[in-house]
Design a protein around this ligand. Structure first.
Ligand SMILES: [Zn+2]
Length: 380
C-alpha cells in the first residue's frame, strides 16, 4: 500500500444525502464538491440521475464546474438510468445490483442468473457509451463469495473498471472484511475493488481500512460519516486512520477537515458531536491534571497527531479534574501569570464552581475568580 494506491470516492452528495431527512441545496452541493476537489479527493459520487429533473440539474451544475475530481453517479443496473446519467454529462457510473440471495429472492424476487443477465445488459450498454463503470454489489457482505467471483468475472470480461463490495447493512467486522476482500482480490486480480462500508455496529471506518489493507484500491467515504442509518465511513477518519494507524499517506490535504465537517454539519442539520473523532471541537481539549500537565510538557505525550493537521486547536479546559499545571497554562493563555501558590488557592474554587455548574469554566468565569483573589489567602 502506498499513497498512489488509495483512491477516495467520496459519496457525501449521494449516500450522505440519502441520510433520512437530509437535503442539500444546489449551492451547498457545489460548495461541498469544490471543497472535496480542493483537498485532492479523486472521485465524487454526485447523485442519482434517475431521481428526476432537480437531481439531474444539480449534477449538471457539478459537471459544469470542471473539477479535477472525476464525477460518478449512482444508478441501478438499468439502461434507462444509465441513459439519464449520460444526459447529465458524467463520464463514470456506478451500476448497482443486489447480490445477496436474501435480496435477490426477497427484494428483487428473481434468481442469480437473472442478476447476471441484468449485469451483462447494463454493463454492455455503459461500456458501449464509453463510460467508466463501477459495478456495485449491494449487500455483497452477505452474498455467496463464489457468486461475487462470477459477477467479477463478467465485469472483467466486459471491460468493467471495478467492483464495489458493499457492506450495505454494516454487519461486518474488520477481520471478516479483510478475509473476503483478500479472497476476491486473489480470485479476480484484474478487477479493482472498492469498499463501501456502513457504521451500524460502529465499524465503518475500521472495515474500510481493513478492506484497503486487503487490497481494495478504492474506498467510499462521506464527510462526518453521513449516510443511510448509522452512516458511512467518515472521510476524515479513513484518511487520518490510514495515515496514523497504518502509515499510509493519501493524496488528501487534511487541513480543511474541520472546516468541511462544520459546513456539512450545518448543511445536513446534523450537528457535529464535540467528541467526533478527528474533527470534533473537543477532541484536543485536555482537562484532567495528569493529561493537561503531560500535554503542556510535550503534546506528543497525549496527542496521537497534531490538531493543526485537521484545522483544530488544542485547548486546556478548567474543570473538576484540573490540576495546577493546567490552571497556570489556561490563565497564561489569558495573559495572567499565576504563581504556583496562587494556582493552588484558585484551584479549589475553580473545582467547586465547576462541580456546581456541571461543566468546565469560561474565560469570563476564570477572570471573575481571579479578580476576586483578594478574598484568597495571601500567597507566599
Ligand atoms: Zn450505502
Amino acid at each position: 500500500m502506498n499513497s498512489s494506491t488509495v483512491i477516495i470516492d467520496d459519496t457525501t452528495l449521494r449516500d450522505g444525502e440519502q441520510t433520512a431527512g437530509v437535503v442539500f441545496s444546489k449551492r451547498e452541493k457545489i460548495n461541498i464538491a469544490r471543497m472535496l476537489d480542493s483537498i485532492g479527493v479523486q472521485e465524487i459520487e454526485c447523485g442519482i440521475p434517475a431521481m428526476g429533473k432537480e437531481e439531474q440539474d444539480s449534477i449538471k451544475g457539478l459537471v459544469d464546474l470542471g473539477l479535477a475530481a472525476r464525477l460518478i453517479t449512482w444508478n441501478r443496473a438499468l439502461v434507462p438510468e444509465i441513459e439519464a446519467s449520460l444526459a447529465c454529462g458524467v463520464q463514470a457510473v456506478d451500476i448497482s445490483l443486489s447480490v445477496s440471495d436474501q435480496m435477490i429472492a426477497h427484494k428483487l424476487r428473481k434468481d442469480r442468473s437473472a442478476v447476471k443477465e441484468q449485469l451483462k445488459v447494463a454493463l454492455g450498454f455503459a461500456k458501449q457509451h464509453g463510460l467508466y463503470v463501477s459495478v456495485g454489489g449491494e449487500d455483497a457482505s452477505r452474498a455467496d463469495l463464489q457468486f461475487l467471483v462470477e459477477l467479477m468475472e463478467i465485469t472483467r470480461a466486459m471491460g468493467g473498471d471495478r467492483f464495489r463490495f458493499c457492506d450495505t447493512l454494516g454487519i461486518m467486522d474488520p477481520f471478516g472484511m479483510f478475509d473476503k476482500v483478500a479472497f476476491l482480490r486473489k480470485a479476480v486480480p484484474e478487477v479493482e475493488i472498492e469498499v463501501h462500508t456502513h457504521n451500524d455496529l460502529g465499524m465503518a471506518t475500521a472495515n474500510a481500512i481493513a478492506g484497503i489493507r486487503a487490497g481494495a484500491r478504492f474506498v467510499n467515504t462521506t464527510i462526518n460519516g453521513l449516510g443511510e442509518r448509522a452512516g458511512n465511513a467518515a472521510l476524515e477518519e479513513v484518511v487520518m486512520g490510514l495515515k496514523h494507524a497504518c502509515g499510509v499517506e493519501t493524496a488528501i490535504d487534511t487541513h480543511r477537515f474541520r472546516e468541511m465537517s462544520l459546513f456539512v454539519a450545518k448543511a445536513s442539520q446534523r450537528p457535529l458531536p464535540v467528541s467526533k473523532p478527528v474533527t470534533g471541537e473537543r477532541v484536543f481539549a485536555h482537562e484532567s491534571g495528569l493529561h493537561a500537565d503531560g500535554v503542556i510538557k510535550d503534546p506528543h505525550n497525549y496527542e496521537g497527531f497534531d490538531p493543526a493537521e485537521v484545522g483544530l486547536t488544542r485547548s486546556i479546559v478548567v474543570g473538576k479534574h484540573s490540576g495546577t499545571g493546567g490552571l497556570i497554562e489556561r490563565y497564561r493563555s489569558m495573559g495572567i501569570t499565576l504563581s504556583r501558590a496562587m494556582a493552588e488557592s484558585l484551584l479549589e474554587r475553580t473545582r467547586a464552581l465547576s462541580c456546581r455548574r456541571k461543566r468546565d469554566l469560561s474565560n469570563c468565569e476564570l477572570m471573575a475568580l481571579y479578580l476576586d483573589r483578594e478574598a484568597l489567602p495571601k500567597a507566599a
